[in-house]
Design a binder for this molecule. Structure first.
Ligand code: ARG
Length: 461
């Protein structure tokens, strides 16, 4: 009984440890944890809270730990609860007594808040860089395709002719908002929580401004309870990631459609496709499908974190440890999606002839035919009816509006003249649309200039 009891207790202890620990996943914060500790002890020494000798040996010890983790000499084995306990234990093992002074005036609650913010700040910058790389790829496609005509769709039905540059430009704008959003989030998160202690600050004369400055923050958090209980920045980041994932997913859906036998607008490079184990003719758009599919787990992270936070009383609660795995997963997922997607886009072949043919065959110039009549004095509603009847007869014959003879046009309305063919050519239809934001090449050239400027301005941020 005693033996069994002892063994049971031990197993329970292990189960509790396994459930409670976070080192298995927060180990990825080691750099931020060490960087934060170096800043903290530097401030403690400046304030005379620890001696200069202790500061020196603590900083050296921490640098040694960092180097050993990075060169593989130190792994994360051992029954430590989290990265904070791990680093502190390692430090004390290495430098003795002085190591025990590092945690003066600090709690793991403000420490973990700091580490996560530092980590998210880096990740936000990296993500913005990846979005920008994708935008640069888009910009190149835009520059090369000002006169590549294709159908624009509403309700997935051919609507009016646009250009490939214009279609890509829509995604450029979505990703521009994503990048802008990441910038906003970075700005808002860049306030240092260190010095909040467990929840109520500390009695030591800490110089919080100094620590914040050492760590590159723009300023301080102003309420110590909020400092340790706030995960808004993380929720905002996950919302921004969800939006990026949603944009990528829409784009993937289009590429999958366009790559299908029915559309044939694009061909995905072999490197980004896979074959079927049974059907020899198949080349599947797996990467696009996976990027689309992974969107769900990113949304999942956002909803999990919102739900985890919704009932928490102030200030820190252990529930908040659950913020990590799902955020790390969402960040990793979006980063790899962005990289893979950009690679796929840069190797995509656009079948310009198929696109143009498709625009011609779908009556995308019907509005322009009606506008022609309007420009010759026919009321729009009548023009709409006349062209509608022409479309119907074309559908019967299986031809495009451009294929009707002048007699057929004139039978529908005597207003039609020989210049109707020019008026409804793809070139005219697109070229005349030159309001800002429209697909006309003149308008597009202006927009492309602004795209280029916006990408360049961001490098100075
Ligand atoms: N591992 C913890 C987390 O990720 C660190 C903070 C622990 N604080 C505490 N009072 N148990 O949230």
């Amino acid at each position: 009984m005693k033996l069994w009891g002892g063994r049971f207790t031990k197993e329970e202890d292990q189960a509790v440890h396994a459930f409670n620990e976070s080192l298995s996943f927060d180990r990825r914060l080691y750099r931020q944890d060490i960087e934060g500790s170096i800043a903290h002890v530097t401030m403690l020494a400046k304030q005379g809270i620890v001696s200069e000798e202790d500061r020196q040996s603590i900083v050296e010890g921490l640098r040694g730990i960092l180097a050993d983790i990075e060169n593989g000499a130190l792994d994360f084995s051992g029954e430590y609860e989290d990265i904070h306990s791990f680093v502190e234990a390692q430090l004390t093992e290495r430098i003795g007594e002085a190591g025990k002074r590092l945690h003066t005036g600090r709690s793991r609650n403000d420490q973990v808040a700091l580490d996560m913010k530092l980590y998210c700040r880096d990740q936000t910058e990296e993500l913005a860089g990846l979005v920008k790389a994708l935008q640069q790829e888009l910009l190149q496609v835009m520059e090369e395709n000002l006169e590549t005509y294709m159908p624009g769709f509403t309700h997935l039905q051919k609507a009016q002719p646009v250009t490939l540059a214009h279609h890509m430009g829509a995604y450029f704008e979505m990703f521009e908002r994503d990048r802008d959003r990441l910038g906003d989030i970075r700005r808002r998160m860049n306030r240092c929580p260190l010095g909040a202690g467990a929840l109520a600050g500390t009695t030591y004369p800490l110089d919080r401004d100094y620590t914040a400055e050492l760590l590159g923050f723009d300023g301080l958090t102003f309420n110590s309870m909020d400092s340790v209980a706030d995960r808004d920045y993380l929720i905002e980041l996950l919302a921004a990631l969800s939006m990026i994932a949603m944009h990528l997913s829409r784009f993937c859906e289009e590429i999958i459609l366009w790559n299908s036998n029915e559309y044939r607008f694009v061909e995905i490079d072999d490197a980004y496709s896979t074959g079927s184990s049974i059907m020899p003719q198949k080349k599947n758009p797996d990467i696009a499908e996976l990027v689309r599919g992974k969107t769900g787990r990113v949304y999942g992270a956002l909803v999990s974190l919102l739900t985890m936070m919704k009932g928490l009383p102030l200030a820190y609660n252990k529930d908040m440890q659950e913020d990590k795995e799902l955020s790390f997963d969402a960040i990793d997922t979006v980063k790899s999606s962005l990289k893979l997607f950009t690679g796929m886009l840069s190797t995509l072949t656009f079948r310009k002839d198929v696109m143009e043919q498709s625009a011609k065959n779908g009556f995308t110039n019907a509005t322009d035919a009606a506008d022609y009549l309007v420009n010759h004095g026919v009321p729009f509603r009548d023009a709409h009816g006349i062209v509608g009847r022409l479309v119907l007869s074309c559908l019967d014959k299986g031809i495009a509006l451009d294929d009707l003879s002048l007699e057929e046009f004139q039978a529908a309305s005597p207003v039609f003249e020989a210049d109707i063919y020019d008026a409804i050519s793809m070139k005219t239809c697109v070229e005349k649309r030159n309001t800002v934001g429209a697909p006309g090449p003149e308008a597009m050239r202006e927009v492309i200039r602004s795209c280029r400027e916006r990408l360049a301005a961001e490098t100075q941020r």
